[in-house]
Every structure is written in C-alpha cells, then in structure tokens.
Design a protein around this ligand. Structure first.
Ligand SMILES: [Zn+2]
Ligand SMILES: [Zn+2]
Length: 324
C-alpha cells in the first residue's frame, strides 16, 4: 500500500511556487491518493491537491484514463472539496468513480456536489461530465465498506469544532493506514490535560501509520484552548499521544497551518519529532506528492522519505509503484 500526499495544507490554498516561503511543505489543500497493492485506488478528500490526481494516476498506471477511483470525503469544508468539480478526472469518459461523503444533519453529499459543480460556483459543469460518476452517502456515521477482495475502508465521525468530520481507516493486504484530517481533541476540566478518546484509539489501533491534523502545537492550544480547539484542529503532540496509545509506529503530520512558512514548519516539525522520539513514534512531515510505502518497516520508511527531498525524486518513486 502506498499513500501519496498530494495536498497537505489546511484551511486555504497558498501560492507555493519555488520562490515562495511555502514551497517545501506545499500550498495545496488536503487530498491523499492511496494505491493499494491489489490496484484499488482510493482518494481521501478532494482539496486543491486533487488537481494532481489524473496526472498522478497516469504516472502510476502508465495510462491516460480508464481509472476507477473510490473518492471518500471527510466533510465538506472548502479545503477538502475545492478540487473536485473542475478535476479532469470527471470529464474523461473512460473513468469511473464513486464519490462517498457523510450525511450530516445540515449538509449532505448530493447538495454539496450539485452546488459545487453548478451555479453559482461553476458554469453548470454537471452536464459536461463524461465519467461514470456515482454518489454514495456514508450513513450512519460509523461503518465500513469492502471495496475489493482484499481492501476495506472504515469510517468514524470525530469532533471538528462545532461540527464533525470522518476519520478513515484503510485495510488492504495486511497493511493499514488511518487518516484523521480534521479534528480537535478535548481537554479535561482543568483546561490543560488532553483527553485520549477511547473510540478513536480503538478505531486506529495497530495501523502502520496515522495521518493526523497537526494544525497547531500544544503550546498554541494551551495559550487559548477555547479559541484553538474551537477552530476544530489538534496538535502534533496529540498525534504522537494517539499513536503511542494505539500502537502506531509512524505519525504523518498533516493539515499544515496556512500561516506557517517553511522555516516555521521546520522548527515545529523538529519539536514534533522530539516529542515522537520520547514516545517511540517516528514523525514524518507531509510534503507535496510525497509517496509513503507502507510495505516498508518504519525504519526503512524513514530512510525512503529522506531519499526523496526533491519533486523529481518523488515522481520517479511514484512512477515505479506499480511497474514490475
Ligand atoms: Zn480542513
Ligand atoms: Zn474542516
């Protein structure tokens, strides 16, 4: 199983050209492509990073179409859906996809999809889509779906400010990846001690890696818990605590705060890594188009990530994923 981290920025996209101060951690908002060994393709969220989806599929499969992608949306905040309606994936008649999304009390998948594809946000694009597109609501807010003989995806509603989002877990051929893109943890009544949610720990237990909402640090949250947790986001340190409690060896820090430049994220990542070291958890900071080979041991995975510091190195790895 490979997870390709197409977009990792939280809340809003940033211009991230080579000379920008956001280039290394990227400007595209959340979208992750999971390529399972049985050739099942799953997209987790469709933020602006989703624009790279057809291009990435072409690199992996060597074909310009005939893609079958299972798309799962964690919730409908713009940073998680803004890349969907205009994606070339939807215009190619050889492609097929099922778009899955939660049915929350005040929003549902069909309403969001129609609004995004058509007026007022787009010029009635739905009539031009040629791919075979199906919409499937994820209801109730905890469940699982078998996608192929050897691949299952599960979901669980988690708190996200005044709303909820879905955590996902993919199990395929003996490997397992959990992803909680947007969530906030809670604090005990002392307003300082973080609560480890037993339901979430059970849900992610024994995964090979956890991709987690590390928008803030503990220090930021504790400086004004009502504000920072109310924004619906968690911390890198809490990601480490969850990994330790759930026996997960690797934390991938994700949903980077759009106010943090590369330099700032370098220093924050250093702190998250030091925290991980204390608790026996390896920490990887998500970077654009970074492919994670979950078939590798945690030690080898860290070495593999280190060997891909440039975009061409990452794309060469992506191209090799399914080649004999
Ligand atoms: Zn978000
Ligand atoms: Zn959100």
């Amino acid at each position: 199983m490979h997870a390709i981290l197409l977009g990792n920025r939280g809340s809003r996209p940033l211009g991230a050209s080579e000379e920008s101060p956001f280039a290394r951690y990227g400007g595209d908002t959340t979208s992750i492509l999971v390529a399972c060994d049985d050739k099942t393709f799953i997209a987790l969220d469709a933020g602006s990073g989703f624009w790279k989806m057809p291009f990435t599929m072409e690199k992996i499969t060597g074909e310009k179409g005939n893609y079958n992608v299972q798309i799962f949306l964690s919730h409908y905040h713009d940073d998680h859906v803004m890349g969907l309606a205009q994606s070339d994936l939807l215009f190619n008649p050889t492609n097929s996809m099922t778009i899955h999304g939660p049915d929350f009390t005040d929003t549902d998948l069909k309403t969001v999809f129609n609004a995004k594809a058509n007026k007022p946000f787009n010029p009635d694009l739905e009539q031009f889509y040629q791919a075979n597109i199906e919409l499937e609501t994820l209801k109730p807010l905890k469940g699982e779906k078998r996608i192929s003989e050897s691949t299952t995806i599960s979901w669980l509603a988690v708190p996200h400010g005044v709303e909820q989002s879905l955590a996902f877990r993919i199990d395929s051929d003996g490997k397992s990846l959990s992803c909680i893109s947007d969530t906030n943890h809670a604090l005990e009544s002392d307003n300082a001690t973080p609560v480890l949610c037993a339901d979430i720990i059970d849900f992610i237990r024994d995964s090979d890696a956890l991709i987690y909402d590390c928008h803030f640090s503990d220090k930021e949250i504790l400086s004004n818990p009502g504000f920072y947790l109310g924004m619906g986001h968690s911390s890198g340190e809490h990601g480490v605590r969850l990994c330790e409690a759930a026996n997960i060896p690797v934390l991938v820090t994700h949903h980077h705060n759009p106010n943090n430049t590369d330099d700032k994220l370098d220093s924050i990542t250093k702190k998250f890594k030091a925290c991980g070291k204390k608790h026996g958890v390896k920490v990887i900071a998500a970077q654009p188009s970074l492919p994670l080979d979950l078939g590798l041991s945690p030690k080898k995975l860290m070495r593999d990530v280190k060997s891909m510091s440039t975009a061409p190195e990452r794309w060469a790895k992506i191209e090799a994923i399914m080649r004999p």
